[in-house]
Design a protein around this ligand. Structure first.
Ligand code: SAM
Length: 345
């Protein structure tokens, strides 16, 4: 297969087309698994190019399916390609690709959500976190139902430098529903600014590379798709534990359309809500009448740092759960109503 515009770094022998593989192995897309395939190899080449130079790299492709992106990755001249595919029907087609690139492909029939990525690559590829990223890349076109929980899990791994980031600042090139990609990359004030924007941008450089129209997939999904590239930052923009940042960010965005103090209040028990909210917002220097989507990364940093100090002084704050308090209050009111009703004789 030729890479348009430049010579392929590795030439696969003549193979049946991806469409032929689908017919040959009767790989009908399963709607309940949100399977949508890419058959146009110019498009799969374009996705793979977003990962950067892959000659002699070690790559993990998640959800290779019938293998369109897999062919493009192999053509880029990688040293090793690890394929993780959940649906057993795709394995024979992937084995055919593996035979066409002897010694390069390892196929795992498994679930990426539970696969132990910390052991996936040779130890000698490890780099220090402060160094350039290791020559390891993760690439995948996954169902949307998997890609969003997966990126949250991988962002937590970035923060803890574990999972695929045991090897250093491993880069990722992944597809998302277009709106999710917009959320991942949204700037302050943007319509799509959300929890995902802060969680991803405080840990990674996130780049929305290009949009793939739904028509490019077989079968066509209801939505357009975007390719997003992530490079973990040497220094996270908020230097607090992942769980603490998530708690603050989730609370802020709880009431998207209201003033931001409305969400921030939910970090504190009712008995001292007003006082503590005022203290947090004043110390963090955040105007309580800004809307959540208007807050900048430094606003979030200040909020997280101040909340951390408050938690250090009173550790019960970190485990406080607003929803649980509401549930308990409701239960208590119900109980009081039932006991205050006059008994019928
Ligand atoms: N990469 C192929 C392409 O672009 O044509 C297939 C894309 S299809 C949207 C998603 C693929 O991910 C399917 O092959 C599906 O079986 C696989 N998949 C879904 N969930 C998975 C999981 N949890 N772990 C690994 N693979 C998964």
């Amino acid at each position: 297969m030729a890479v348009p515009g430049k010579a392929a770094a590795f030439r696969l022998p003549p193979l049946p087309t991806v469409g032929d593989i689908i017919k040959l192995f009767r790989l009908k897309a399963q709607k309940q698994l949100s399977q949508n395939f890419l058959l146009d190899l110019r498009l799969t080449d374009k996705i793979v190019r977003q990962a950067g130079e892959l000659k002699n790299a070690h790559v993990c492709e998640v959800g290779p399916g019938p293998g369109g992106i897999t062919r493009s990755i192999l053509s880029a001249g990688v040293e090793q390609l690890l394929l993780i595919e959940k649906d057993a029907r795709f394995i024979p087609g992937l084995q055919m690709l593996s035979e066409a690139a002897p010694g390069k492909v390892r196929i795992v029939h498994g679930d990426i959500l539970t696969y132990k990525m910390e052991k996936a690559f040779p130890k000698h590829l490890k780099k220090n976190w402060e160094d350039e990223p290791p020559d390891i890349h993760i690439i995948g076109n996954l169902p949307f139902s998997v890609s969003t929980p997966l990126i949250i899990k991988w962002l937590e791994n970035v923060s803890k430098k574990d999972g695929p980031f045991t090897y250093g600042r491993t880069q990722m090139t992944l597809t998302f529903q277009k709106e999710v990609a917009e959320r991942l990359t949204a700037n302050p004030g943007g319509k799509q600014r959300s929890r995902l924007s802060i969680m991803s941008q405080h840990l990674c450089t996130v780049e929305n590379c290009f949009v793939i129209p739904g028509e490019a997939f077989v079968p066509k999904p209801e939505v357009d798709v975007a390719v997003v590239h992530f490079t973990p930052l040497v220094q996270p923009k908020i230097q607090q534990p992942f769980e603490l940042v998530e708690k603050v960010v989730r609370s802020v965005f709880q009431f998207r359309r209201k003033y931001c103090f409305r969400g921030i209040e939910t970090l504190f028990p009712e008995s001292e809500r007003l006082k503590r909210t005022e203290h947090l917002m004043m110390t963090a220097n955040v105007d309580p009448t800004l809307r959540p989507f208007q807050l900048s990364m430094s606003h979030f940093r200040n909020l997280c740092n101040t909340f951390r100090k408050m938690c250090d002084e009173d550790p019960s704050l970190f485990t406080y759960n607003y929803r649980e308090e509401l549930r308990q209050q409701k239960k208590m009111r119900r109980l009081l109503r039932s006991t205050s009703q006059p008994k019928q004789i």
